[in-house]
Design a protein around this ligand. Structure first.
Ligand code: MN
Ligand code: MN
Length: 326
């Protein structure tokens, strides 16, 4: 701490702070970015881009997820200078993470939205930058999977969700409950290596994807659930999508289609930590709908999910680490 000249507690690190290293900034003020990372569209030398997609026109029930990226950024402000168990280290000491801002799309031109999201995601991935996306409703995972599979080939999908999202459609609609069926049909994900965890509602098709429903998770416990997910996914490339409604409404009231009987936030974070061995190529957290939230419960959970993802990935996300692995 320096003398009271204001410089010992800088503010607005989203614009004025360093690229590397956690930043000391009060949690209650300053320009908001994800975990106080620098807002930038310059991808040179960047390992991870955190990106928002403020879309909620594909929901079947309550809208509001368009406010998700803002709320998650706000909830993440306290996490930057507060290393969490079990990592005990500054995730930004070795990994260059920026907040890339939000996806730009015309909310009135629905038919153009998927391709617009896909193109902007692909432009980030083309620079060998790891993409972490804040939704938005779960439709956004469709163009994200298109972009990731174009780069990495078919992916194992690990989906934490109350819902299967395997409803069929004609491929033209914007619906947050159909992206999984589309992705299997398009060959973007390998159903034999994919698994859904926390499911509480039934859809007509499972598309060949394994289901660990929420009651099985409660009965068998998180360690056994981790074993089953790791065995299913194997060593190949994988994509993680976290629909925050995998949590019980007690832990995530701020979401569009809540279902009782879900996971606790502690169970979710323990599960994520156990999935560290997976070859993750990207992730999203979706369906945070702040108008139904209370005391930022849901936004805090979503921010912690991304923080833990960065924690389990650790130095693997750094360009230096990727070069050594290649
Ligand atoms: Mn859901
Ligand atoms: Mn979903």
């Amino acid at each position: 701490m320096g003398a009271g000249d204001g410089t010992s507690r800088p503010t607005d690190n989203a614009f004025l702070g360093p690229l590397m290293g956690g930043s000391l900034e009060v949690a209650y003020a300053g320009a908001l970015s994800f975990m106080r990372r620098r807002y930038s569209r310059d991808l040179a030398g960047i390992d991870v881009a955190v990106w928002g997609i403020p879309l909620d026109t594909a929901v079947s029930n309550r809208p509001g997820a368009r406010f998700g990226p803002q709320a998650i950024r706000r909830a993440s402000a306290i996490l930057c200078g507060d290393p969490q168990y079990p990592f005990h280290r500054d995730p930004f000491a070795e990994v260059a993470v920026i907040d890339y801002g939000d996806c730009a799309f015309d909310y009135g031109r629905h038919a153009e939205i998927p391709a617009t999201i896909q193109a902007q995601a692909a432009a980030i991935l083309d620079r060998d930058v790891h993409l972490v996306t804040l939704g938005g409703d779960h439709f956004v995972t469709w163009p994200l999977l298109q972009a990731h599979a174009a780069k990495h080939g078919p992916l194992a999908l690990v989906q934490l969700d109350a819902h299967q999202d395997t409803w069929d459609d004609d491929g033209e609609r914007l619906d947050h409950g159909t992206f999984v069926a589309r992705a299997v049909r398009a060959g973007l994900i390998d159903p034999a290596r994919s698994v859904q965890v926390g499911i509480r509602t039934h859809a007509p098709e499972d598309c060949g994807i394994a289901i660990l429903d929420a009651y099985a998770v409660h009965e068998e416990g998180i360690p056994r659930t981790i074993e089953r997910v790791l065995a299913r996914v194997g060593d190949g490339p994988a994509y993680l999508t976290v629909d925050i409604d995998c949590l019980d409404p007690a832990y995530a009231p701020g979401t569009g289609t809540p279902v009782a009987g879900g996971l606790s936030s502690a169970q979710l974070l323990m599960l994520l930590r156990g999935l560290a061995p997976v070859d993750w190529r990207g992730m999203d957290v979706v369906e945070v709908a702040p108008p139904y939230d209370h005391a930022d419960i849901t936004a805090i959970a979503a921010a912690a999910v991304v923080q833990h993802y960065l924690g389990i990935m650790g130095p693997r996300l750094a360009r230096r680490g990727r070069a050594e692995m290649a």
